[in-house]
Design a protein around this ligand. Structure first.
Ligand code: NAD
Length: 299
């Protein structure tokens, strides 16, 4: 796999500092990270990589897809909502392709992976992210069908995605997989039994896939976001306090030390880190992006 490192000298991270007195006795100090063969180009860390994104039409998936393209990758987008999926693919131009597919369906999974391979020849990165919340209700009040549906999309969808992508990455000689769990994958939340169970299961799958993938240079990690300002979060807040969305939002934020929703773009930055070689020693781990929500109670 090739990696193209083009450092943008206009980035605040790469502003050269002045040489110290000691350094001026010798050759001038030029920090190596400021050397840029082409200063007009932005950082393109994922050039030539192919990234698969499920749940691509949603808030987090679309932000991640845009970030991948921003870093030079080609993307294959998967979702079951046709209109936003096609609109996103069109907005990303030639670097994007897509499959309309239900990730919980075995044949559809085979097809979206085959589509990605036939259009892009390989998959270096897989962001298995499609998910649903289900209902906000106590365990005994939640219909079994809701539990089954949530487990089907959130767990079976990731299971099928891993089963499809792992052998392909093994044959390719490596890859990086990121799955989307949640803050709900690390602790209980009253009223979200099915969702909590599904997101715990996603972490178990991620750890197992990391162990099975490690000998083949496949890294597998999970992100645990919450609360992120997407349609899903709006639906959740509305479910927490039906009829008063703002009250539901206040309840959610009362447990978040940073006191705000995160943005999908903030999540995308973490996914970029985990997808690329900057995280080359990271595998089998869950990364919180939760405004401090799991650090402890807000006082
Ligand atoms: P979203 O509702 O904006 O996006 C989810 C996307 O998944 C939608 O485009 C939807 O069409 C797609 N999807 C649902 N079922 C599918 C299926 N069977 N096959 C294919 N696509 C399907 O929500 P989001 O906030 O972007 O959520 C993305 C992921 O992040 C989910 O797994 C969610 O559980 C997780 N998450 C979100 C938050 C948050 O605060 N928003 C917090 C923690 C975890």
């Amino acid at each position: 796999m090739t990696q193209n490192w083009i450092i943008n000298t206009s980035s605040p991270l790469t502003v050269p500092r002045a040489a110290t007195a000691q350094e001026t006795d010798h050759a001038p100090f030029i920090p190596p990270w400021t050397l840029n063969p082409n200063p007009t180009m932005t950082m393109a860390r994922l050039n030539d990589k192919v990234a698969l994104v499920t749940g691509a039409a949603g808030g987090i998936g679309s932000a991640v897809a845009r970030a991948f393209v921003g870093q030079g990758a080609r993307v294959h987008l998967v979702d079951l909502q046709e209109e936003p999926l096609v609109a996103l693919a069109n907005s990303l131009g030639a670097l994007a392709s897509y499959s309309l597919a239900d990730v919980s369906d075995e044949n559809a999974t085979r097809t979206y992976i085959a589509d990605a391979l036939s259009l892009r020849a390989r998959i270096d990165i897989a962001f298995l992210n499609a998910g649903i919340v289900g209902a906000v209700s106590r365990i005994e009040e939640t219909p079994n069908e809701v539990f089954d549906r949530v487990m089907r999309v959130n767990v079976r969808g990731v299971w099928l995605g891993l089963a499809g992508v792992l052998p392909m990455m093994r044959a390719q000689g490596g890859g990086s997989i990121v799955v989307t769990s949640s803050i709900a994958g690390t602790r209980g939340t009253a009223g979200q039994g099915a969702y909590v169970a599904s997101k715990h299961a996603v972490l178990g799958l991620m750890k197992t896939a990391a162990l099975e993938g490690a000998p083949h240079r496949i890294r597998v990690n999970a992100i645990c976001p919450a609360p992120i300002d997407t349609e899903m979060m709006q639906a959740l807040a509305a479910g927490i306090d039906p009829g008063d969305h703002e009250a539901g939002k206040r309840k959610v934020l009362s447990a978040i030390p940073l006191g705000r929703y995160g943005t999908a773009d903030e999540v995308a930055k973490l996914v970029m880190f985990l997808s690329g070689d900057d995280s080359s020693y990271c595998t089998g781990a869950a990364y919180m992006i939760d405004g401090g929500g799991t650090a402890g109670p807000v006082r």
